[in-house]
Write a protein that binds this ligand. Structure first.
Ligand code: SF4
Length: 501
């Protein structure tokens, strides 16, 4: 994928190997699903390297977040499909879209291998990566047409060694196949669509027309043999299409596990490349907290001013980190540097303009115990507020911090309120905050604490969002919280949608 510093002179052997790999690659891009057996061969830019990895990471983070909240595969599919369409689409090949299709498949292929480099480096990272890639593989398999599934199997036949039975054999054995597998097939179909109701005749027609059976020796399918959910005859098991995904997943998972270990062993060579290592390190640290690319603030600007942001009407939409900061400010009439930055940028992100921000900070610092004079505020703090809005100094228009950035900064010390409370608060204080937000059911509290104990802070925050908005959320509306302003925006949107009903 990347050019080595010392190029080797390609001999005939290398040339033959390269042509063999390139023909395999063409075959690889001929289907939407892949076992990712062949590493990428072409060079790509560093920008593509980073962007493609981040896009795949966004998809895996959403999957991880859904799985952490025990969503079923069907529920995960509903959440992931729009995310996949946005960040990692894989369109079927139709007339005149060859170029788009080849670009999409190339991005999918490269991004998978880049993330192998990112996540091969510890047992924990490998486990996480495999778990989420396997779910992605299942979602993609389920979205394939029957003919695409068959093509994928045929393409990988040297690895799978699957034999489809002929139509004649299927007809001849139909009664046995039907009685052995109809219940399993019905259950499988209902898992995918719980509203489905099928008569026996409809099920028979489905099995006749849509189920392609493969025939495998007993020793290759011990679980299916022992569960007696398939037709068994003369040392072979007959497996319908509905159950073939499980076999593919085992193959995919085994392959990926071996390949990640191999990738890890080749990492020392990469360490010579000082362009890649910082990128890879950064990506692996941000597994649960890649920032959102949403533009914040515009929608709310109307009802956001220096007074409204102190009212319950607005603060009820704040994530816990913003609540902590605002409470700390209200209690001390002061916030230290990092806290001021984090809160100022969050407020800017919800739509507080610079004039209102100056009024807000002036009021907070110049009233109550320990207050400073307005002159002192203007001298020491006014410039900083204007600076964050790009009106002073380097005139950079600073963006609100996302969870990844907040979590990458030093933890707060005594009398500091910045950071992420799911990471930084003592358990008792966190539970008391959860109770204040209306999360009192012990099962729910424990689920949040489990996320925290596994260092999954953004998952804990997402779970809290779901629990505190469960009456407004309609089952499949789902969103991983990766940014405090995303929490705020989403909470406001849900309230607005409820009011307009
Ligand atoms: Fe704030 Fe993000 Fe932590 Fe939630 S996860 S409290 S939004 S920093």
């Amino acid at each position: 994928m990347f050019r080595q510093t010392k190029r080797r002179i390609a001999g005939r052997k290398n040339f033959e190997k390269a042509s063999y790999l390139s023909s395999k690659l063409n075959a690889l891009y001929s289907t939407r699903l892949s076992f990712y057996d062949i590493p990428p061969l072409d060079e790509i830019t560093l920008e593509e390297f980073e962007l493609w990895a981040i896009d795949r990471l966004r998809v895996l983070i959403e999957i991880e977040s859904c799985a952490a909240r025990n969503k079923s595969l069907k529920e995960i599919e509903q959440v992931i499909k729009p995310v996949l369409n946005k960040y990692l689409p894989l369109s079927p090949l139709i007339k005149d879209n060859e170029h788009i299709v080849s670009q999409e498949r190339r991005k999918d292929h490269y991004s998978h291998f880049i993330l192998r480099l990112v996540f091969c480096r510890s047992e924990d990272l490998r486990r996480k990566f495999i778990k989420n890639e396997v779910i992605l593989f299942k979602i993609r398999y389920n979205s394939l047409q029957t003919s695409e599934r068959t093509n994928f199997i045929m393409l990988n036949n040297d690895k799978l060694n699957w034999n489809y039975i002929s139509e004649e054999e299927k007809l001849e054995l139909f009664d046995q196949l039907y009685s052995a597998t109809s219940n399993t097939i019905r259950n499988q179909m209902m898992l995918e669509n719980d509203k489905l109701s099928l008569t026996s005749e409809q099920l028979k027609t489905h099995i006749k027309t849509a189920e392609n059976f493969i025939k495998l020796p007993f020793e290759k399918i011990p679980n299916l043999v022992s569960s007696r959910s398939i037709y068994l005859s003369r040392g072979y098991g007959y497996i319908p299409s509905s159950l073939q995904l499980n076999l593919l997943v085992i193959e995919y998972q085994d392959n990926l596990t071996k390949n990640l270990v191999r990738t890890f062993q080749s990492i020392p060579r990469l360490e010579e490349d000082d362009r890649l290592l910082p990128l890879l390190n950064n990506l692996s640290h941000n597994f649960s907290s890649i920032g959102s690319d949403i533009e914040f603030g515009a929608e709310n600007a109307g009802d956001i001013n220096h007074q409204s942001i102190m009212t319950k009407n607005i603060t009820k939409h704040y994530p816990l980190c913003a609540k902590q900061l605002q409470n700390g400010l209200a209690a001390n009439h002061h916030l230290r540097h990092t806290g001021r930055l984090q809160l100022s940028l969050f407020l800017k992100g919800i739509g507080l303009n610079v004039d209102e921000a100056i009024k807000f900070w002036t009021y907070q610092f110049t009233t109550g115990p320990g207050a400073i004079s307005v002159e002192k505020f203007n001298k020491e703090y006014r410039y900083n507020v204007r600076h964050l809005y790009g009106l002073e100094g380097s005139r950079v228009n600073y963006k609100p911090w996302d969870c990844g950035y907040i979590l990458s900064r030093p933890k707060p010390t005594k009398n500091e309120y910045h950071g992420c409370p799911y990471r930084d608060l003592h358990m008792d204080a966190l539970v008391s905050n959860l109770n204040d937000m209306g999360i009192t059911d012990q099962k729910d509290v424990n689920a949040v604490l489990d996320d925290v104990n596994q260092n999954n802070y953004t998952f804990a925050c997402t779970r809290v969002f779901e629990l505190t908005h469960k009456h407004q959320l309609k089952g499949n509306e789902n969103l991983h919280i990766s940014h405090p302003n995303l929490y705020f925006e989403r909470s406001k949107q849900l309230e607005k949608a409820q009011e307009s009903k």
